[in-house]
Ligand binder design. Structure first.
Ligand code: 5GP
Ligand code: ZN
Length: 113
């Protein structure tokens, strides 16, 4: 089964890449919900956040480092931002490859819908 984010990570499908490391890719969401809407994904296929540490604990630090680089590049470090990972059906996960949404550039409402 093809995975859209595996394809993006492999460079087979184009994306607006913000951060590209050996293990992590950050790229703009195709349907942005805020002025800044970046997705941060591990390059290797991990289903969701619960599978992350079982797969590779070092990846957690690498993802955190990428979050920091993204908010610095996008200039939302001091204005604030939200990081979300939707998981499973009730969480609204539509792509079954772990991804963190980084949203910023506007005031976020709470709770989300
Ligand atoms: P989820 O609903 O799983 O939390 O988030 C999936 C996100 O991936 C959505 O915000 C959607 O807009 C984004 N997305 C889906 N397909 C593509 C694509 O081909 N390219 C990019 N850049 N984003 C995508
Ligand atoms: Zn994948």
């Amino acid at each position: 089964m093809t995975c859209i984010f595996c394809e993006i990570a492999a460079g087979k499908i184009p994306a607006q890449v913000i951060v590209d490391t050996e293990t992590v890719l950050a790229f703009r969401d195709v349907s942005p919900q805020a002025p800044v809407h970046v997705l941060v994904v591990p390059k290797k296929h991990v289903e969701n956040v619960l599978d992350l540490e079982r797969t590779d604990p070092d990846l957690i630090i690498q993802l955190l480092n990428a979050f920091k680089t993204v908010v610095q590049i996008e200039n939302i470090e001091s204005s604030g931002f939200r990081i979300v990972t939707n998981t499973g059906d009730d969480g609204g996960q539509s792509v079954n490859h772990l991804h963190f949404h980084i949203l910023g550039g506007r005031h976020m409402t709470w709770p989300p819908g």
